[in-house]
Design a binder for this molecule. Structure first.
Ligand SMILES: Cc1ncc(COP(=O)(O)O)c(C=O)c1O
Length: 450
């Protein structure tokens, strides 16, 4: 690699960064991360920080897992690539599909379609949901319903079911036939309801109402995250997902559980749906599937969906959808090693314990700082802190103050992520008790600088 002066000189000059303004990147060049170890990252100036973001909700095994690194390196030498389009496959892909299937058998999943990431997994699920209904003789089922505050990636399908308008407005018109229900967000909702169980019932009633309005025979699928991540870590009442599934089941609507963040231990179990005893019809996976060491995603199918495709004799069950990198042998080798390590280290158990520690620590900070309007989490290693300038009026904190908190926390040794006026945290699932204490101490310094 070129020397540090070259890197600093050229930072943001040729690269447009996702999820930011290009002019802002030029004015304030991004931090250059040069190395990482266990749960910490090091920037170009030699500053070390605990990565409370886990890369981007994804480096579940931390940065030092040699089993995954070796598996990738070995596979690059053995077979760096071959297509998996019908007619060819590779050993690692076969092994990886079985490993993923076994991990989510308890959720009712029995087939795996590999993709290059989470947005692709969502796109695959939405497209196959429509095809499923066409195969069953209900071609009119084309609409999708989802939740406000939900994040489902940035392809046109995913953006269309996305429930955060900053990912939508500049890209409209999106797909027709996509409709949104309120989020199970007790801090702000149109029902003005703070009781999570009552809010869950209200949203289920709104779903029932929307289905009647649209016509049940027009709806292909309902997609939701078991815990909304990018929207602010919104943990619903335990009844919520089941209530939504009841509506789906009553009206022949497929339920897609978007587990791109919540899969592979982040919530304290291998899937988010499992906490709520819900077996969805499809699941979307990515991130923790390789701990982000290689870009891989997957759409998973239950027997209900599989039977319709595999028993088709018309030819219309052929899947004319897929990616050059679907079932990539190097990605698949990463999946096999990552899932084996995930299970060996039983990361879900540490995620549950450290998640409670982080959540309770932030609740203590809330008692100290009036700017902390809402704290969400407690279900695994996902914590959201909503910052307000006026607690009574719940006024969202301005951007400059949010950036000041972020920078002060970073200087104090912890990288967090900002999502509007929320601080979002999703550290590696191998993070230690002492590191969580360090994260809390750095947050304290961040809030003091607000
Ligand atoms: C729930 C959810 N779905 C889909 C995606 C999109 O995944 P990717 O960024 O890998 O395309 C994300 C990304 O954060 C996500 O959180």
């Amino acid at each position: 690699m070129k020397d540090d002066n070259f890197i600093k000189e050229n930072n943001a000059k040729h690269l447009w960064h996702p999820m930011g303004h290009p002019a802002d990147s030029l004015a304030h060049p991004p931090k250059v991360i040069v190395s990482a170890k266990n749960s910490s990252i090091v920037d170009m100036d030699g500053h070390e920080a605990i990565d409370a973001v886990g890369g981007l909700w994804c480096v579940n095994l931390g940065y030092s897992n040699t089993a995954v690194k070796d598996a990738i390196a070995n596979q690059v030498y053995e077979l760096p690539y071959y297509s998996s389009f019908a007619g060819a496959t590779n050993g690692p892909a076969i092994e990886a599909s079985l490993a993923v299937r076994e991990m989510f058998e308890a959720d009712g999943m029995s087939r795996v379609f590999f993709t290059s990431g989470g947005s692709d997994a969502v796109e695959t699920s939405l497209r196959l949901a429509r095809q499923y209904h066409k195969l069953r003789g209900e071609p009119g089922r084309t609409k999708f319903i989802s939740l406000k505050k939900g994040y489902h990636g940035t392809h046109f399908g995913g953006a269309s079911v996305n429930g955060n308008n900053r990912f939508r407005i500049n890209y409209e018109p999106l797909l027709p036939g996509c409709f949104h229900l309120p989020s199970p967000y007790t801090y702000r909702n149109p029902f003005n309801e703070t009781n999570p169980a009552t809010l869950a019932q209200n949203i289920a009633a709104a779903f029932e109402d929307e289905v009647a309005f649209q016509g049940p025979g027009s709806i292909a699928a309902f997609i939701m995250e078991p815990i909304q991540g990018a929207g602010g870590v919104i943990v619903p009442d335990a009844s919520f997902m089941g209530l939504m599934q009841d509506v789906c089941n009553r009206h022949g609507i497929l339920m897609i559980s978007d587990e791109v963040i919540t899969g592979f231990g982040r919530t304290g179990d291998w899937s988010g749906a499992r906490h709520y005893a819900v077996k969805p019809d499809m699941m979307c996976m990515a991130k923790g599937i390789t701990s982000a060491y290689f870009p891989v995603g997957a759409a998973l199918m239950s027997d209900k969906v599989v039977d319709v495709f595999e028993n088709d004799t018309t030819g219309d069950g052929a899947i004319f959808h897929g990616y050059t990198y679907s079932a990539h042998p190097v990605g698949a080798a990463a999946v096999v090693a990552c899932l084996s390590e995930t299970q060996r280290l039983d990361t879900r158990t540490n995620a549950a314990a450290r998640g409670i520690q982080l959540y309770q620590g932030v609740l203590k900070l809330q008692a100290k700082y009036d700017i902390i309007g809402d704290v969400r989490g407690g279900q695994g290693l996902m914590t959201g802190i909503e910052i307000v300038s006026d607690k009574a009026a719940k006024t969202p904190m301005d951007n400059d103050t949010m950036k000041r908190i972020h920078q002060a926390a970073y200087e104090a040794g912890t990288m967090v992520r900002l999502g509007l006026n929320n601080i979002l945290m999703s550290p590696p699932l191998v993070i230690t008790e002492q590191e969580i204490s360090q994260v809390l101490a750095a947050l304290d310094k961040g809030f003091a600088a607000a």
